[in-house]
Ligand binder design. Structure first.
Ligand code: 5RP
Length: 234
């Protein structure tokens, strides 16, 4: 645990180097992003001039505590720094086990650059290797939506706290979909987007441009192969 935290800290702190004056900066969500926010707050208090766009209510609270100024309105973001649950060799991602996937994807799609941060444990050869795929669904008709997901070969489990469904920041439910290794992530993303009750899903394909991977001994940077264009999936 201490090693994992050191790795997350190394990645989060390094990512601040991608932020410069006058940027609109997407602020991701999660325990790795926490270290980024603390370091970014230090820089802001020392005079860095940026406006942040938080991807969750939790991040908004931390950003305010750290003295990071927040944008009142925004349409485009220069760079977003966010964590991930899995990162494959093309920098395709599974995100959203922290429950913030919808706002995270809106910000990632608005961003000119997405820097994903994590420890070595997040690197996988193929998506679906070690984490379920989170899917945010409308509470209305969620069991019908879950049935559609089962027909796609997924095994959705409603996230609950005690007996109550957990609500996302958007007032929706989260289905953790056990999928096994995902052979064709783009096909699965397209199929998910056809289902009316699906509000968002954790496949972030073609969005990350750079990965900052922390370990006990420092950080390494992985760039998305230039031949791979940024994706357009919701
Ligand atoms: C939240 C996310 C997080 O970025 C992801 O779950 C990784 O979190 P952590 O840095 O705590 O391991 O997608 O919705």
């Amino acid at each position: 645990m201490a090693t994992e935290n050191a790795a997350k800290r190394a990645a989060g702190e390094k990512a601040v180097e991608y932020v410069t004056d006058d940027m609109v900066v997407g602020l991701g969500t999660g325990s790795t992003v926490y270290y980024f926010l603390v370091k970014l707050g230090e820089r802001c208090r020392a005079g860095l001039k940026i406006l942040g766009v938080p991807t969750s209510l939790a991040t908004e609270r931390i950003a305010r505590e750290q003295g990071i100024p927040l944008a009142d309105s925004w349409a485009a973001v220069d760079v977003v720094v966010d964590g991930a649950d899995e990162i494959d060799p093309h920098l395709d991602l599974i995100k959203g086990m922290g429950g913030a996937l919808l706002r995270e994807k809106i910000v990632a799609q608005a961003a000119g650059r997405m820097v994903v941060i994590g420890d070595e444990g997040k690197l996988v050869k193929r998506l679906g290797t070690q984490t379920p795929l989170p899917v945010e669904v409308l509470p209305f008709g969620w069991e019908a939506t879950a049935l559609r997901l089962r027909q796609l070969g997924l095994a959705p489990v409603l996230r609950r706290q005690g007996s109550e469904p957990v609500l996302t920041d958007n007032g929706n439910y989260l289905l953790e979909c056990h999928a096994g290794v995902i052979d064709q992530p783009r096909d699965l993303a397209a199929a998910l987007e056809e289902i009316a009750g699906v509000v968002g899903h954790g496949l972030f394909l073609g969005l990350a441009t750079t990965a900052v991977i922390g370990s006990e001994s420092g950080v390494r940077i992985i760039q998305r192969p230039p031949s791979l264009n940024r994706g357009t999936n919701p």
